[in-house]
Write a protein that binds this ligand. Structure first.
Ligand code: FAD
Ligand code: DHB
Length: 397
């Protein structure tokens, strides 16, 4: 049995856990990350790609932005396409803020390397992780590492272990309210070796369903397609993916989709979910362990970073100065941004997707919303403000 002690025990080495670890390190607070998967697995997990201005700034502030600033692609706008008609939303012009395309797995790679270069303790391939005594001043993370049991005693535990982790189920069920909203669709995601068809993202709604064109580099594109919720990736041959993409993105327009090798493909479920409060005792949830959004608004990774930014400040105040107010109000303060992102992601999802359940009224109402967004500056500005992300000052007070 190995007994260890740290100030903050972090469960999960995704964007939330790694950023928290770096923020705490810079504040001089000792922390250990306990991660179920291997380093290679974490670094290869293809997911999000869009960083809000606030996230870009935060990554730079903590010293993790060197490669991101070299390889990331700054975007000033997005294209919305409704039934083949293109409309540009000038995000920069409407908000003064940019977004950046830089793969989540690149952020994860950069932060694992950075933390390890600073001598961080990241325990990959931890098995049977469980939490004990979250109500006490000395909560413990139990797990097995390299075949030996480990007890990690902490002052605070940060549950950064994603939607399927063990942290959220460790909260007493009678103390939390779970808000859950599944959607009648999924997304097929494909990573392809082909140059971007356009220099900005294209969100395209057609009678065949939604498609999103995005990218990872000048030679690699990332493509998403709305699918039925019960479909599995075996239902989606490469040929079917290309044919649907042609129909939903390229068909009848100036776009000729460059084709290339399919490097990776998978299906993502779509749901909106919030756990309130995001804390109990000395366990604090951050990122996907506390809330998830459908990917349409590109908010998940950004929210995860916003949570830990707040958690790090609150933990510092407590561990250095004995002031608990920030920790006690952590969830309450996070939830303003979380629910703004929830509403926006739900709204973007409703705007862009084809719903089998829609009756004639629903279809006309959706059409009206689409017309409004591309013909009213006020509507476009609302979309742009949410898409670029609310500034930190918006929910600071
Ligand atoms: P995760 O990234 O899930 O990390 C959790 C970590 O905890 C993992 O490393 C996991 O292995 C580990 N773990 C799990 N269980 C345990 C355990 N029991 N013990 C120890 N460790 C454990 N967001 C955006 O902001 N922009 C986008 O453009 C965007 N696009 C997306 C597209 C798709 C297709 C998908 C699926 C998601 C997208 N998201 C996007 C969402 C984004 O990927 C997530 O919100 C983000 O990964 C959340 O980070 P996290 O650190 O909270 O959780
Ligand atoms: C990406 C994913 C999204 O869901 C989105 O809305 C924008 C970009 C991406 O993977 O690049």
């Amino acid at each position: 049995m190995l007994r260890k002690r740290t100030q903050v025990g972090i469960v999960g080495a995704g964007p939330a856990g790694l950023m928290l670890s770096q923020l705490l390190y810079r504040a001089g607070i000792d922390n250990v990350i306990v991660e179920a998967r291997s380093r290679a697995y974490c670094e290869a997990r293809i997911r999000a790609g869009l960083l809000e201005q606030g996230s870009i700034d935060l990554i730079n502030e903590v010293g993790g932005g060197e490669r991101m600033m070299r390889e990331g692609m700054i975007h000033d706008g997005i294209e919305l396409r409704f039934d083949g008609h293109s409309h540009r939303i000038d995000i920069k012009g409407l908000t003064g803020r940019n977004v950046m395309i830089y793969g989540q797995h690149e952020v994860v790679k950069d932060f694992i390397a950075l933390r390890l270069s600073q001598g961080a303790d990241i325990m990959f391939e931890a098995e049977g992780v469980r939490l004990e005594g979250i109500d006490t001043a000395k909560p413990v993370i139990h797990f097995e590492h390299g075949g030996s049991p480990v007890e990690l005693e902490c002052a605070i535990i940060a549950g950064c272990d994603g939607f399927h982790g063990i942290s959220r189920p460790s909260l007493p069920s009678e103390k939390v309210t779970l808000y859950d909203h599944p959607y009648p669709m999924g997304w097929v995601g494909a990573l392809v070796e082909a140059p971007p068809v356009h220099h900005e993202l294209i969100y395209s709604a057609t009678s065949h369903g939604f498609a999103l064109f995005t990218m990872r580099s000048p030679t690699v594109s990332r493509l998403y397609l709305q699918c039925r919720p019960d479909e599995v990736i075996e239902d989606w041959s490469d040929e079917r993916i290309w044919s649907e993409l042609d129909q939903r993105l390229a068909g009848g327009t100036r776009y000729e989709l460059p084709k290339g090798a399919m490097l990776q493909k998978g299906i993502t479920e779509m749901r909106s979910f919030v756990c309130e409060p995001m804390q109990h005792g000395n366990l604090f949830l951050a990122g996907d362990s506390a809330h998830i959004v459908p990917p349409t608004g590109a908010k998940g990774m950004n929210l995860a970073l916003a949570d830990v930014r707040r958690l790090a400040l609150a933990a510092e105040d407590y561990l250095k100065h004995g002031r608990r107010e920030g920790l006690d109000t952590y969830s309450q303060r996070c939830l303003k941004r979380v629910w703004r992102a929830q509403h926006f992601s739900w709204w973007m999802t409703c705007l862009m997707h084809t719903f089998d359940s829609h009756n004639a009224f629903d279809k006309r109402a959706q059409q009206s919303e689409r017309d409004y967004v591309v013909s009213s500056e006020a509507a476009a500005r609302t979309l742009a403000e949410n898409y670029a992300g609310m500034p930190w000052s918006w929910d600071e007070s």
